[in-house]
Design a protein around this ligand. Structure first.
Ligand SMILES: C[S@@+](CC[C@H](N)C(=O)[O-])C[C@H]1O[C@@H](n2cnc3c(N)ncnc32)[C@H](O)[C@@H]1O
Length: 380
């Protein structure tokens, strides 16, 4: 990251180039902002897709006092700040697709599945992200969305641009990443974890949980809340992973739009939450912030379920609403990996529309609650 500060016609402009990658860079930017605290300034984020919590909090306060205007280049950051209710202006991408006029009425023929598979194999070679065993229909829909967004109607042109320009691949990567989530999603599952699984795990002196495909963190914080209410959080280590590094940054920040609060409170109550849900947050005008004590035992990091390296000795793995994007053979590979990552008697929780039927999962797991898609590791 580089910070440039300019003064022009009595206006101060700070430009932040690149992602803020470590605490030193965050401190550096905070120092620059501190020196300008009583002046009015414009701040522009050029490379960042997500900015850290401290900076967000700082500039939100300054903006409320009418001291700072925020500009962003990346659409990801733009949506993130908008979602938190922070005013910012979107500046147009310079390096986006070559803007061929996209006209739906003269849309070219759709690519065949074979062409798309070939494209995916080439993406894997060029960038190391393997989508060849994702559900092909969903991948084709996302490619179409990416082409419309990039205003490009010809698949071969799109393909060449993605394979030759990392920025354009990056846009496609974000379109391929579906991050829908909520607090206490499928509340019955959380009730069952609370009433059946946690009492069992409480007999251990130390508990290890993996939340795989955690998206922006709402699922893992829901888990942290029920662990806290069971007085088990302090002896539990939670790994929270996702392939998408930006959702991991959002999860670490723990800032969420206030507009979904009512639904979250209702889910929490239905999941038999024992307290007042908002006690776990600091409430700002337009967003809520998860309390630091819930974060202490959670380790967030980027990790793909397709990678070779193994994480192990878990007592419980949650991987919900991720298998829906995988074909049966990839689901089986990941299930085998979960089998090897679980302790004897360990639990696996999948999403409501997922299971172990069509993917040979019964070789590794048996049913604990089919209704809630909870399974246990088989003894071989
Ligand atoms: C729909 S979200 C589910 C979030 C959360 N588990 C829930 O159920 O609310 C699916 C998540 O899976 C992640 N994902 C997709 N492919 C993955 C992979 N190969 N490895 C790890 N995470 C992956 C996506 O980035 C996305 O955040």
């Amino acid at each position: 990251m580089t910070i440039r500060t300019n003064c022009n016609n009595n206006k101060i402009y700070i430009t932040v180039i690149g992602e803020l990658e470590n605490n030193n860079e965050i401190d550096e930017l905070e120092d620059v902002i501190s020196t300008l605290e009583n002046k009015k300034f414009h701040i522009t984020f050029l490379g960042a897709n997500v900015i850290p919590k401290n900076i967000i909090e700082r500039i939100t306060i300054l903006q409320e006092d009418n001291k700072c205007n925020i500009f962003v280049l990346k659409r990801y950051l733009f949506s993130y700040l908008q979602c938190l209710g922070i005013k910012c202006s979107y500046i147009t991408e310079t390096l986006a697709f070559k803007k061929t006029d996209y006209n739906l009425s003269c849309e070219k023929e759709k690519p065949s599945k074979e062409e798309v598979y070939d494209f995916l194999r080439n993406i894997n070679k060029a960038y190391g992200y393997d989508y060849t065993e994702y559900q092909i229909d969903s991948i084709m829909r996302r490619i179409n969305i990416s082409m419309i967004r990039g205003r490009i109607s010809d698949f071969n042109t799109f393909r060449e641009q993605v394979l030759n320009n990392q920025e354009i691949f990056h846009d496609l990567f974000l379109d391929l990443s579906i991050n829908t989530t909520e607090f206490f999603r499928d509340h019955e599952v959380f009730s069952m974890i609370k009433n059946k699984i946690l009492p069992y795990l409480n007999s251990y002196s130390h508990v290890k949980i993996w939340c795989a495909g955690c998206s922006i963190g709402k699922e893992v914080y829901s888990l942290a809340i029920i662990l806290k209410e069971a007085n088990m959080l302090s002896k539990t280590q939670i790994y929270a992973t996702d392939i998408n590094p930006y959702v991991i940054e959002e999860a670490r920040n723990g800032l969420y739009s206030i507009s979904n609060l009512e639904k979250a409170i209702s889910n929490y109550r239905k999941a038999e939450g024992e307290k007042n849900f908002i006690e776990y947050f600091d409430i700002n005008k337009s967003y809520i912030k998860i309390k630091e004590n819930l974060k202490k035992n959670i380790l967030f990091f980027q990790h793909s379920l397709l990678s070779e390296g193994r994480l192990n000795e878990f007592n419980l793995i949650l991987c919900r609403n991720v298998f829906i994007y995988f074909n049966d053979s990839l689901q089986e590979k990941v299930l085998k990996n979960f089998y090897n990552s679980l302790d004897d008697n360990g639990f696996l929780v999948l999403g409501k529309s997922e299971g172990i039927q069509k993917n040979n999962g019964h070789r590794y797991f048996y049913k604990y609650s089919e209704k809630n898609k909870i399974y246990r590791k088989s003894n071989k």
